[in-house]
Structure formats: C-alpha cells, structure tokens
Design a protein. Structure first.
Ligand SMILES: Nc1ncnc2c1ncn2[C@@H]1O[C@H](COP(=O)(O)OP(=O)(O)OP(=O)(O)O)[C@@H](O)[C@H]1O
Length: 718
C-alpha cells in the first residue's frame, strides 16, 4: 500500500460537466422546497433495464480492486483465523435450511404411512424431531460464533484501511487538497471508514453473502423437489407458493436515485434558506451573547415564524421529502396480481381436498412445508437480488478507496538534495524572486505581479504593505505551498522547483498569520513544530517559555495536557444538576445529544487571541530554535505579533533577535519601527506589486509611501 503515489491519473469519474439546466440530459423534479436534477441515461441506455444492466456490467472494471482488497485483508495476519471461521460458519449456515427441510420431509411420509396403514413410525418421528431440533440448536450456535468473530474482524480491517486513508490524505499538498474534486473523492473514502462497518468488511461480507445465498437456494430447492416431488400435486403447490411469494415482494427500485447516475438537489426558496440560517443561529452557542445583548429573541422568533409560513412548498429536509415521494407510487400490476395469487394455493387445496377427502392431512402437511420453505427461500432470494444491486455500488467504492493513492499532487517534487552542506545553513539561505507572478488555483486575479527581489544569506527582510497586497502569498511561495504562475524563485541560487520538497521544508521554519491550532493537546500543538523532538517535554516547555505561553498554560487545570477543543466527547445521561465536573471536566448540561439519548460534553477551553498566538509562536520556536540536528536556515514570520500586547511583542522580538544567529529571516508586518529599522531589506507592497525596496534610511530619504506611513505611525505617539 502507498506505492504509485506519484502516478498521474485521471482524478476520478467526475470530469464531465453536469449542467442541471440542460433539459436534454437532465430531468427536473420539484420536491417541496427542493429542486431535484437527475441525469438521464443517454440514448439506448434509456430503454428499460438497459442502464441497470450496463451499471451491473461496470462491476467488471472494479473487480481487480475487489480482488486486491481480498488479498490485502488476507495479508493481515491477525485476521486470517477469524476470517476462516467466518467463512466456515457462513457456509454451514447456508446449508442448514436444506438439512432442516430434509428432516421435515420425513413428517410427510409419517403422515402418509399413518393414513394408509394406520400406524405411526415412531422411530422415524423421533429421528426427524431430533434432527430438526439439532438444526435449530446448530443455527443458534453458528449465529453466536458469527457474531463473536464479526466484530473483531471488522475492527482489524477497519484499522488497516483507516491507516491507508490517513496516510494518503497526509501526503496531499495545499492546492490538491483544496481541489473540490479531490475533496469529493476523499469524502467517499473517509465516509466509509467512519461508519460502524468498514467498506472493506461490508464488501467482503456481501460477497460471502451472495455466495452463500446461492448455495442456500440451490440446496433448499433440490431438497424441496425431492421431498414433495413424490406427493400428489407437490410440484403444483411449489409453483403456486412461489408465485405467491414472488408477488408478495413487490420490486421497488425506489431509492435507486443514489446509484452511479449524477444528480443534484438545491433549494432556491429564500425563506427556507433563511429558516435554516435562523435555526443555526439559535443552536450555535457562539451567537448567544449577541442574541441576548441585542435583545434579538422576539425579532428572531418572528422572522423564524414568518420564514416557516412563507416558504413556497412543503418544508422538510431533502431526504425526508425524497422518502415521501418514493412512498407515493401508484399500485403496480405486480401488487394487483399479488392479491389474486395470495388466494390461489388455498383455493387449489380446497378443490383437491373435495376431490380426494382422504388426502387432506397429507395435503395440509405438505402445504405447510412448501409454504414455509418457499417463504424462507424467497426471503433469501430477494436478499440476493438486493445485494447484487448494491454490490456494484460497493465494488465501485472499493475502487475509489484504492484510487486515492493515485491522486497526484499539484506541486511536483524536485530531485536535488538540499542543502549540499548542512553546516552552511547556520549562515542562512538566500531567497530570490525573479519576475514572479501568481494567481491562486481557481482564481482569475493575479495576486502577485512581476515581483523581483533578493534577500541575501543571513539578512533580515521585512515586507510591509496594505491588506491584501500579497505579503503572505510571498511567504507561501517560498515554502512551495504553491508554484508561481510565471517567473522563478531561487533558493541559494538554485531553482526552487528542482529541490526536494521535504529537504526544502525541513530547512525553513514558518509562522503563518492564519495559523491553526490542531485538535490535539497543547503539548502536541507545540511539539509539532519539531517532529524529531516531539516527545522531549523539556524542549516543549522551553519553547512555551520563549513563546510567552508557559505561565498561562501552567495555570490551566490540565496544564500542557489541555485540549483547546477536545475531539472526543464524554457521553452521559441522567446526571444530577449539581454535578459540576465529570472526569475532571466541566459538565455541559446544554449539549443534549439526541442521537445517543444522552449528553455529550463539549468542553473547549477559551483562550484569548493573544494567548492563542503565543501558542503558535511557541510552536515556531520549537521548530526554529531548539532542535538539535534539525538545522533551519530561513525563518518566515507572517504578522507574528498581531494579537500580542506591546510588552509581549517587545519580548518576542528580543528573543527572536537573541536566538536568530546568522539565519535569514523574513517578516510580513503592518507595523513599522522595531522591525523595519534594523532590517537589511524592506519591501513595500501595494496592490500585488513591490513599489519600494531598500533599507529604512534609504526609504526615508526617498520620501515615498514607506516614509509617509512611517511618519503617520510615528505621529500617533506624539
Ligand atoms: N487561498 C486563496 N485563494 C484565493 N485567493 C486568495 C487566497 N489566499 C489569499 N488570496 C487573495 O490573495 C490576495 C493577497 O492575499 P495575502 O494574504 O497575500 O495578502 P496580505 O498582504 O498578506 O494581506 P494581510 O495584510 O491582510 O495579511 C488577497 O486578495 C486575497 O484575497
């Protein structure tokens, strides 16, 4: 697993264009406040049954992946024994109904002998009864064994595929991960791993179910013919009962909307959209403060009621309406036929009984037997049909699960190791932009236009400029989160595209303006700055001290083990109102989880924006300044002090200055002064371009925009 990552392949089946308004290919249905658009099958496929057949034939393309899945599962050592037991149990279970039927068949000959010779063959009766009981007992035992092995087997398989998905998601770069098509493919793969059963297990168990259903059908049918074949009218009974059962199970494609066909649903109902927005506003506790402070409760209720009353159709969730629609089918021919056929066996039986009164007891017994068998037979048969319908879909999903490892990254890796000499990093790295222009994927706007500059090794560069002028984008390009649309970036005079990505990123430390906190403990959030030293608690603490976070983290109840937003909730129910904490965490009586019939605690620790930034700065320190053997030659900071108070900002810059040594440092900042005055190079950006470049003295002498803004900020302190 994990091989063939770099392979360029098509990004999945979604490459065509689905235009909901193309009346030739798309069917529109109104469902209450929703509009449903379904792709119609092209040409010949529109004939009844053809598209279904074509869809089932598509399974052939997916089979190699299913085979790979079976091999992968078989290669999981801990699974093998469980899997073998499961298969044997399924095989025995599929033969059991036929064996039961065979024993039941003896009852018929007992009744026949009793009528003809007025004696009951007690030995045979005992044999048949014990046999049937034995079958019932064996059925229970097999079921118990099956449920005992199914759960651990499913968990082991699930673990295997969760790692597969995680690994393949981790390797994706920013533009690829942002690609909506890639998101869809990942969603398909991750959804299956999140459900109680894994896709792999579901697929394998369905394949086994189809095989065993076939065995069950064949064995039951042959025993049934043997048992009643000798009876008068036995075969006619079988046919009549089959007809009855067949039409009892009315075939309904109903929910087949969700096959491989493209479809889309939207609502254009403004009131419905508003209604949902109002609901969210009310449910999300982050808005509560403003609702209360703004006295909004009456207004919001009025708006909610108005939206509900003025929506233009049935107001319901899309799936709810879809279910309602599929239940509104007109009575089919098969349902009318079923009424007739339901009565047929009994009518036939009465007719024959009148002609041959002596055979009544045998007829009753054989009718019961045939009835019971056909009913269970048809249940299995219908299950088989349903499974083979969904199996195509499931096989297709298996293919998608494996194909995520072929999603190519947009940023192509280079092949030159960097740097040649790690010692050289101590004196920094040079960065040069040559005529670089850039627009973000999917956007038409150039956010950098013909940018050229060079930061020499060991220099301090500060990029200043207005909001949206492109400062952060420059930093992102240095890390190759994206490649320039035009122009070249050189690192130590080598084209950045030729360098191995992992090598490049290992030499650079960055603190983004829009840093995020991972849903992990504070310790891990800081430690992630340096994966090599992640388990060194002393270094984590030292980084927190340098980042100005140590004091407030120590004051938190769980210290460095605190989760800012714990990703796993506690579940509880019926807790007395006086309970303030559970498991060391505050009890949240507001978060009722209806699905679980209990409550989930949502315990997030609220930190201020400045404290959050201190944590992010600590992570940056962890990476850039503390790790031995992990040499950093370039430090990038995007507004590292935006949320810090003046003292914290001052302390941060002093620490950075002390620990920086000779490394190259590039800042993006709105603030002038502390940073720009000592800078070797200041780049003043406006509207995607560098409009002024030089050091502080030079730019002040120039008397341009930089000087104007410097004076503006300086005046504020006069
Ligand atoms: N992922 C993205 N996709 C599309 N456009 C983006 C993306 N990120 C940024 N932009 C756009 O690129 C332009 C430059 O953004 P950038 O973040 O580089 O500006 P900035 O100078 O750092 O701004 P600020 O001072 O506000 O941080 C902006 O117009 C922004 O809207």
């Amino acid at each position: 697993m994990g091989r063939g990552w770099g392979k360029k392949t098509r990004r999945g089946p979604g490459h065509g264009n689905f235009d909901p308004h193309d009346v030739n290919t798309v069917k529109h249905t109104r469902l209450g406040v929703w509009d449903l658009y379904e792709q119609m099958d092209p040409g010949i496929a529109r004939l009844p049954g053809v598209s279904e057949m074509m869809r089932r034939l598509e399974v052939l393309n997916d089979l190699p992946y299913v085979w790979r899945m079976v091999r992968d599962v078989a290669s999981i050592k801990s699974c093998r024994l469980y899997f073998l037991i499961y298969c044997i149990v399924e095989l025995l279970s599929s033969l059991l109904p036929a064996v039961t039927l065979w024993f039941s068949g003896h009852y018929l000959s007992i009744i026949q002998t009793a009528i003809e010779r007025s004696v009951v063959d007690r030995e045979l009766l005992l044999y048949a009864s014990v046999g049937r009981l034995g079958c019932a007992f064996a059925g229970r035992v097999l079921q118990y064994i099956k449920s005992s092995v199914e759960f651990p087997l499913n968990l082991k398989i699930k673990k295997h595929y969760s790692i597969h998905i995680f690994e393949n998601m981790a390797r994706l770069d920013v533009p690829t991960f942002d690609d909506p098509l890639v998101q869809t493919r990942l969603d398909t793969a991750t959804t299956s791993s999140r459900s109680t059963h894994s896709l792999a297990w579901d697929t394998i168990s369905v394949v086994i179910a189809v095989l065993t259903a076939t065995i069950r059908l064949a064995s039951q049918f042959s025993v049934l013919l043997k048992v009643v074949g000798g009876q008068r009218d036995g075969v006619i009974f079988v046919v009549l009962h089959f007809g009855q059962e067949l039409f009892r199970n009315d075939f309904k494609p109903g929910f087949y909307l969700f096959s491989a066909k493209a479809w889309a649903a939207t609502t254009k109902d403004r009131e419905y959209v508003k209604l949902q927005g109002l609901k969210r506003t009310m449910n999300d506790n982050s808005h509560r403060k403003e609702i209360v402070a703004g006295n909004l409760e009456r207004f919001l209720t009025h708006e909610f009621r108005y939206a509900y009353n003025n929506a233009s159709g049935l107001v319901a969730d899309f799936y709810e309406l879809l279910r309602y629609k599929s239940s509104q089918t007109t009575p089919s021919l098969s349902s009318l036929l079923s009424v007739l056929l339901r009565e047929a066996p009994e009518a036939f039986y009465l007719l024959r009984a009148a002609e041959h009164p002596a055979s009544i007891p045998v007829s009753i017994a054989s009718m019961r037997l045939v009835q019971a068998t056909t009913s269970s037979f048809m249940t299995a048969f219908m299950g088989f049909l349903n499974e083979s319908g969904s199996i195509a879909e499931r096989f297709h999903k298996v293919r998608q699960l494996y194909e995520i490892e072929n999603i190519p990254n947009d940023v192509v890796d280079g092949n030159i190791s960097f740097p040649e000499d790690r010692q050289s990093l101590k004196s920094g790295m040079s960065v040069e932009f040559r005529n670089v222009s850039f627009k973000y994927p999917g956007s038409e706007n150039m956010v950098l236009r013909d940018i050229s500059f060079k930061v020499e090794k060991g220099q301090l560069c500060v990029i200043v400029g207005s909001n949206g002028s492109g400062k952060s984008t420059v930093l992102k390009l240095i890390l190759r989160l994206y490649d320039p649309t035009e122009g070249t970036i050189l690192i130590d005079d080598q084209d950045i595209r030729t360098l191995k990505l992992a090598d490049l990123r290992e030499c650079v430390s960055v603190l983004f303006q829009d840093y995020t906190h991972f849903p992990l403990s504070i310790r891990d959030n800081i430690a992630l700055g340096s994966p090599q030293c992640a388990h060194d608690s002393d270094k984590v603490r030292e980084a927190a001290r340098l980042g100005g976070a140590e004091d407030f983290v120590d004051r938190l109840p769980e210290g460095f083990d605190t989760y800012l937003d714990r990703p796993v909730r506690d579940y509880y129910s019926g807790i007395p109102g006086g309970t303030k904490t559970l498991f060391g965490r505050p009890v949240n009586f507001g978060a009722v989880d209806h699905a679980m019939g209990g409550m989930r605690s949502s315990n997030s620790v609220h930190l201020s924006g400045g404290q959050m930034q201190r944590l992010a700065v600590s992570r940056s320190f962890m990476r850039s300044l503390l790790s031995e053997g992990q040499d950093i030659g370039l430090l990038l900071f995007d507004e590292p002090s935006a949320a810090l108070d003046p003292t914290a900002e001052h302390d941060l810059f002093v620490r950075l200055k002390n620990l920086r040594g000779q490394k190259t440092m590039i800042f993006s900042s709105h603030r002038f002064g502390q940073l720009t005055r000592p800078a070797d190079l200041i780049l003043y950006m406006n509207d995607s371009e560098i409009v002024e470049a030089g050091n502080h003295v030079g730019l002040m002498r120039q008397g341009g925009e930089y000087a104007r803004l410097w004076n503006l900020q300086a005046q504020a302190f006069l």
